[in-house]
Each structure stands twice: as structure tokens, then as C-alpha cells.
Design a protein around this ligand. Structure first.
Ligand code: GLC
Length: 434
């Protein structure tokens, strides 16, 4: 795509400066910067690539501040899969800018039902395009998708003669055995299972997985009904609370993705819940656990439960206040192109948002979780952001507060979820979000 862009381009245009904010972690920021600079050089423009806070909640606060003052200096933003409803009023509708192009048309041949969509949109997962369409406006193009996964120390499991756990019960049992074993060797910092328990969006992702795995729903159903106060949800959360100080350190209650990854990469845990990009980091040349890690679906609740994974992922949007919307969309199209997504998948482990790329054998060989994504046993769970729209972040905060109070033992699941249901009711319209 860039080769075509570059032909006859650079000399004939007036150089503009565009600003993009992208990349949550240094390695991801670097990938984004390299691609954006390539685009700018080929087009004869300049691009400023700003890092954003790693925590999604902090990034949202920053973007909201900038967008609310109509800041013209931010052209392209990387937004979480749960934000389109919240940020839509400040984002440009990309649809009028998306003309057909040969590459997209090719990708789209595989898309089953292109419907009314232009080929440019049809090359992406339809559910992600639907997620990013607010009142008929396409406010972002999907960049990559995420799903919650179980990472385990294959070497330790094999040495102990244990199978990869299929249920939370089996995970707790294996975690205890491995933890006791490592501690017997004097490794007092070793824990069975680590995850993201700080009060932030990551906790919502973990807790939705627990709920869904036990059949306890997703807090608010797709039809807008508040479902969180149910026996399976109570059981799921109380049980997670029981892990604290037994298989999970008290410190998980202040852990985000960064701390859990550091701890697991340092060889201090048997199991970890994390996103796909962790795979690349754990297998990096300087990693202490390189070649010793396996990845699987998260355990199911019980015999009746399911292997649930929260659907995450990031999108690229153009600010409505951008002084150069056409150029900004052009940059977004390049960054979400097959060429850049393939590079990001191979170098950073980011799962492409274009289904046509998932079949590439080079990706499959390197990334075992691509097979898991297609497993018939996987239940991919969306957070209730579409149905709650602009209210989603408040819903998520209330949920995090309740879950954190249960995990830290400040209250019981029974009390916390009854209260949460009342709070959500007040936030809703007449008891429903639809
Ligand atoms: C990952 C997911 C994102 C989620 C966040 C929570 O970045 O892709 O959707 O909100 O984690 O920490």
C-alpha cells in the first residue's frame, strides 16, 4: 500500500504535521511509531507520535480532557473496544472517507456478508465494525483484538505430572501443588496464580470472565436488563476472593497487566491470566521463562461451566477537531492495513482485526493462541458497553468497586451485588439500559 502511496507523492504535497497517540507499552509504542513514521515519509508529511498512559482508565481521562476542549493538535487516537459509545460525539465519521481499494476488496472476498458495507469495512471482523458504529456513524477502525488467556509454566506442570487445568477447581489444586513445591526449594516469593485485581478496567475484564465461566452473565444483558445479582455471579466472586493469600498474593489487589507480567516473567508464578501480547514478552530473548510457558483457554466454572474469555482490543479513531481529517483517515487506513497488521502480529503478538490474516501460516506457527481463538470450547464474552453506551465507564467503575470490596474481604458477595444492582438501577432508565 505504501509503495503505491509513495509514487509521485512526496514532492507534490505541502507538508502537514499530524499527531497520533498510540501504544500502551514501550514495545507497542515503538511498533506504532515505526509504522506512522514510514507513512509520513512516504507521504511527505510529519507525524508526532505521543505515548499514552498504559492504564486504559487513565488514557480515557486524558483523551476526554483533550477532546472536550476540542484540541486540534490530536488527530488520531487509539481507543479501547469499550469506548466508542462514550467518545462518539468527539470522533469523526470515517465512512464517507472510506473508498474502495484493491487490497480491502481482496480481503473482503472472505467476509461472509458484506451487506451494505463498503469493501473497506468488509475486510474487518463484522462484529468489530458493528461495535464501532454508533448511530450509523463508523467512529473507529479496528486495529487488533484481545482475549483473556491462561498462561502456565509448562516445565513445572510437566515435572509435577500435572495436566493443564480445565476448571477453576483444578487450577486451584495445581496452583497449590506447584506453589508448595517451589517454596520447598526456598522460593518464598512464588505464587500459584496471578491476575489483574486493581480497581480499574482490567478487573472488570477478569471478573466478567469468572462470572461468565460459571454461567453468571455479564452484569447487564444484551437486552439492557441488570442481571448481576444472581447466585452464580455471587459464587464466582466469592470463590475468587478465597484465592487471596492461598494461591494469589494479597498484592494482586493492586496489580495491573504490568505487575503481573513482570512477576510471571521473573519466574515467580505458576499460572497467570493475561492478554495475547504477553506471549511475545515471555518468549523474548532476555526472558527468564523463555520456552517454558504454555497458553490455554481460561478454566471453566465447573462441569456445566464454559471457558470464557473477555473480548478486548483497540481501535484507531480520528478526532472531530482534527485540522486534517483526510490525512488522519489516510494514516488510520495505513496503520490498519494488512501490511502493518501482519508486522504487528509477528513482532508484537497483536491479533489482526482482518479475518483474512488469521490464516497466515507464519502467524500460526509463532502464536499458539490463534488456534485457541477458533476453539469450539471458547466463549468470547463482550463487556456490556454497546447496550450501556456512554454510561459504560460508570457501570464498569461501580462493578469494579463491588468486586474489589468482595476480593479484599470488606464485604460479602451477597451484600455487594445486591447494592450494585440497586446502584445500576439508579443509573439506568426504569431498570433497563435499553
Ligand atoms: C486490554 C484490552 C482492553 C481492556 C484492557 C483492560 O488492553 O484490550 O480492551 O479494556 O486490557 O486493562
Amino acid at each position: 500500500m505504501l509503495a503505491a502511496l509513495a509514487q509521485g507523492g512526496a514532492d507534490s504535497v505541502i507538508a502537514e504535521q499530524l499527531t497520533i497517540s498510540c501504544g500502551r507499552f514501550p514495545a507497542e509504542h515503538e511498533l506504532c511509531r515505526n509504522a506512522a513514521v514510514r507513512w509520513a515519509e512516504a507521504r511527505g508529511h510529519e507525524v508526532r507520535v505521543l505515548a499514552a498512559p498504559a492504564l486504559s482508565d487513565e488514557r480515557l481521562a486524558l483523551y476526554q480532557e483533550l477532546l472536550e476542549v476540542g484540541a486540534q493538535r490530536l488527530d488520531v487516537l487509539e481507543i479501547d473496544i469499550v469506548w466508542p459509545g462514550k467518545l462518539a460525539p468527539h470522533l469523526a465519521d470515517l465512512r464517507p472517507y472510506l473508498a474502495e481499494d484493491a487490497e480491502d476488496a481482496e480481503d473482503a472476498e472472505d467476509a461472509e456478508d458484506a451487506g451494505e458495507a463498503t469493501p473497506a469495512e468488509a475486510a474487518f471482523f463484522p462484529s468489530l465494525i458493528a461495535n464501532n458504529s454508533i448511530d450509523g456513524r463508523l467512529v473507529a477502525l479496528p486495529w487488533f483484538l484481545d482475549l483473556g488467556l491462561l498462561y502456565y509454566r509448562r516445565d513445572l506442570l510437566e515435572a509435577a505430572g500435572l495436566d493443564v487445568p480445565q476448571t477453576w477447581r483444578q487450577l486451584a489444586d495445581a496452583a497449590i501443588i506447584l506453589q508448595d513445591g517451589q517454596r520447598a526449594y526456598g522460593d518464598s516469593r512464588f505464587w500459584g496464580f496471578i491476575w489483574q485485581g486493581w480497581r480499574y478496567e482490567g478487573l472488570t475484564c477478569n471478573a466478567i470472565e469468572w462470572l461468565a465461566s460459571w454461567g453468571g452473565g455479564t452484569v447487564i444483558a444484551a437486552n439492557g436488563r441488570i442481571t448481576v445479582d444472581n447466585p452464580d455471579a455471587r459464587f464466582a466472586l466469592q470463590r475468587a476472593g478465597d484465592w487471596i493469600e492461598i494461591i494469589s498474593p494479597h498484592a494482586v489487589l493492586t496489580s495491573t497487566e504490568t505487575e503481573t507480567l513482570e512477576q510471571f516473567a521473573a519466574g515467580n508464578a505458576a499460572f497467570m491470566r493475561h492478554w495475547p501480547y504477553a506471549w511475545e514478552e515471555l518468549n523474548a530473548e532476555d526472558s527468564r521463562v523463555r520456552g517454558k510457558v504454555g497458553v490455554a483457554l481460561l478454566p471453566k466454572g465447573g462441569a456445566q461451566g464454559v471457558h470464557a474469555a473477555t473480548l478486548g482490543g483497540w481501535q484507531l479513531a480520528v478526532s472531530k477537531y482534527s485540522a486534517h481529517p483526510e490525512l488522519a483517515v489516510d494514516l488510520v487506513r495505513y496503520l490498519t492495513s494488512s501490511e502493518v497488521q501482519r508486522e504487528r502480529a509477528l513482532e508484537g503478538g497483536y491479533i489482526p482485526s482482518r479475518p483474512a490474516l488469521l490464516g497466515l501460516s507464519e502467524l500460526r506457527q509463532q502464536q499458539p493462541y490463534l488456534g485457541l481463538l477458533e476453539s469450539a470450547d471458547l466463549t468470547l464474552v463482550a463487556r456490556p458497553s454497546t447496550v450501556t453506551g456512554a454510561k459504560y465507564t460508570r457501570v464498569s467503575e461501580l462493578f469494579q468497586n463491588s468486586v474489589h470490596a468482595i476480593l479484599s474481604g470488606a464485604t460479602t458477595a451477597e451484600t455487594a451485588l445486591a447494592l450494585l444492582a440497586e446502584e445500576l438501577e439508579l443509573l439506568s432508565e426504569a431498570g433497563s439500559f435499553r
